[in-house]
Design a protein around this ligand. Structure first.
Ligand code: AHR
Length: 512
């Protein structure tokens, strides 16, 4: 009798063969020393397209429900995901922005041209007071990007004084005159944005010198201790990181990194909604590059800062596609599909795993621009698949990262391969363990056998984000096509947890 025959006979009579789990996740619940900063779940909003105007700001006289001109629906949605910080006013816009144009009576504020983004008129009706009011309504920390590219040292220095000085001074008096008696606490200050490109086309040596000069005059007033963030590298520009670390060192508290997932090329980035599986594969492959970038930039930082005092701040990341047909090319308005949710889930798991060095990230951009979490159309608002990932992952904010190891299947397409599952786990202050899982494979349900070390888990519950097609999205007509549902695919038995992850899904589990 040959082996094949014996196997088929035994299968017919129902003999179960020992087959090791294809996917195995080990969670070390009694280990872990690093905290996942809540700021890893941060956002970025620029004066670009309909992010600020229409996205947040509708003005006090708008029929759209608002509080002092800021949309109530958008504020509520962002509070529901516990938005921890908001970066503003740019981006490239930041290095053209003159903050004094955005204070005082709105009808007297000077106008400017937004040369980077569509050449439209910026009337400065949303300025410092409106932004800080927005942050107060959101309950989040402001992160202001100062203008190093075209603004003066004096201008940046006075902005810090205007916002955070409590005593008697020309700038604090001006603030009071404009209706704000008490200073604001603004800790996070960016000193220039993309100074290697739209922020001034500088070399890293030249930028380092300018950083040192500008940052010197950004003062700590009272108990407002600035966390100064230097402009960091574009993608894999390791020389930039090396040079700025060497020249600036501990004069900065954070160093940024920008990396966008662009499925095709800068000239034709690909459509947000019309893509085939090969393009999906490439998108994920490019997203996974974040792991390599963080590792290599961190390695350089480790040489100059072994105690990890300086945070790596990925303050621009996300997908970047062609604008939607008919949209102003300068407005960067794109739809958001289940593919974007998978991209977000993977990136956030990667950021968590680097939380010893990565202290903040800001997805670009919150409303109506690039990988937005919210889209608006006049009075209508929808939550994108990416929004729902932030909703699921908020449990990781300020939780302890738990070490995990994952072995398993590959997702394969035309001879190309990648790991099919991405995972992250954390323990919160109340002792609850949360696991976030992404099944990247768009065609196959994957079962994971999970070993829970150092903990006695009694119950498991979960939520899942998936949809019929990888390019499904939420529209104003059908806003709930891709949304979160209760997850029933996790089974606990004898201390082992088995999870059946649907194809192309993002799952969060809570273990008690
Ligand atoms: O997010 C859009 C733009 O991308 C930002 O303004 C700029 O910093 C980056 O190049």
């Amino acid at each position: 009798m040959n082996k094949k025959f014996i196997i088929s006979v035994l299968s017919l009579v129902g003999v179960a063969f020992y087959s090791p789990a294809q996917n195995k996740l080990v969670i070390n619940a009694d280990q872990g020393k690093e905290t996942i900063s809540k700021h890893i779940y941060g956002h970025f909003s620029e004066h670009l397209g309909h992010c600020i105007y229409g996205g947040y700001w509708v003005g006090e006289n708008s029929p759209i429900p608002n509080t002092r001109g800021i949309r109530n629906d958008v504020v509520k949605a962002l509070k529901d995901i516990q938005i921890p910080n908001l970066r503003w006013p740019g981006g490239c816009f930041a290095d053209e922005y003159h903050w004094m144009d955005g204070i005082g009576p709105r009808d007297q504020r000077p106008k400017m041209v937004n040369t980077h983004w569509g050449g439209v008129t910026e009337d400065n009706s949303f300025g410092t007071h409106e932004f800080l009011d927005l942050c107060e309504q959101l309950g989040c920390e402001p992160y202001i990007s100062g203008n190093l590219g075209s603004g003066s040292v004096e201008e940046m220095s006075k902005w810090v004084e205007y916002i955070s000085f409590d005593g008697e001074s020309p700038m604090s008096n001006l603030r009071k005159q404009n209706g704000r008696e008490k200073p604001w606490n603004v800790k996070f200050w960016g000193v220039g944005n993309e100074s290697w490109g739209c922020g001034g086309s500088m070399t890293p040596d030249h930028y380092s010198d300018l950083y040192r000069r500008y940052a010197t005059f950004c003062r700590n007033y009272g108990d407002n201790r600035l966390y100064k963030i230097a402009c960091g590298a574009n993608e894999a520009d390791y020389n930039w990181t090396e040079t700025v670390m060497k020249n600036v060192g501990n004069r900065m508290q954070g160093l940024s990194l920008h990396y966008y997932t662009i499925p095709k090329t800068w000239g034709n980035k690909g459509s947000a909604t019309q893509f085939d599986e090969a393009e999906y594969f490439t998108t994920i492959e490019k997203t996974l590059k974040m792991e390599e970038l963080l590792t290599k930039h961190s390695n350089i930082m480790d040489r100059y800062d072994p105690q990890k005092r300086i945070g790596l701040i990925t303050d621009e990341w996300g997908t970047w596609y062609n604008v939607e047909p008919g949209a102003n090319p300068g407005f960067l308005y794109q739809q958001n599909t289940l593919r974007d949710a998978i991209v977000a889930g993977i990136n956030l798991n990667i950021f968590n795993s680097h939380c010893d060095r990565v202290k903040m990230t800001n997805i670009a951009q919150t409303v109506n621009v690039l990988q937005a979490v919210i889209l608006t159309d006049e009075e209508k608002m929808l939550l994108t698949p990416t929004y729902w990932v932030y909703y699921l992952y908020k449990v990781h904010q300020d939780a302890k990262l738990l070490p995990v190891s994952l072995t398993g299947e590959k997702y394969e397409l035309d001879g190309r391969k990648m790991e099919a599952i991405s995972a992250s786990a954390s323990k919160d202050a109340s002792g609850k363990i949360h696991v976030t899982l992404v099944n990247i494979d768009p065609n196959k349900e994957l079962t994971i056998e999970t070993e829970l070390r150092g903990v006695n888990v009694k119950s498991v519950s979960g939520q899942v984000l998936t949809s019929a097609k990888i390019n499904d999205y939420n529209s104003f007509e059908n806003p709930n096509t891709v949304t979160v549902k209760d997850f029933k695919g996790a089974k606990l038995s004898g201390g082992k947890l088995s999870v059946a992850l649907p194809a192309k899904s993002v799952v969060v589990l809570e273990l008690n």
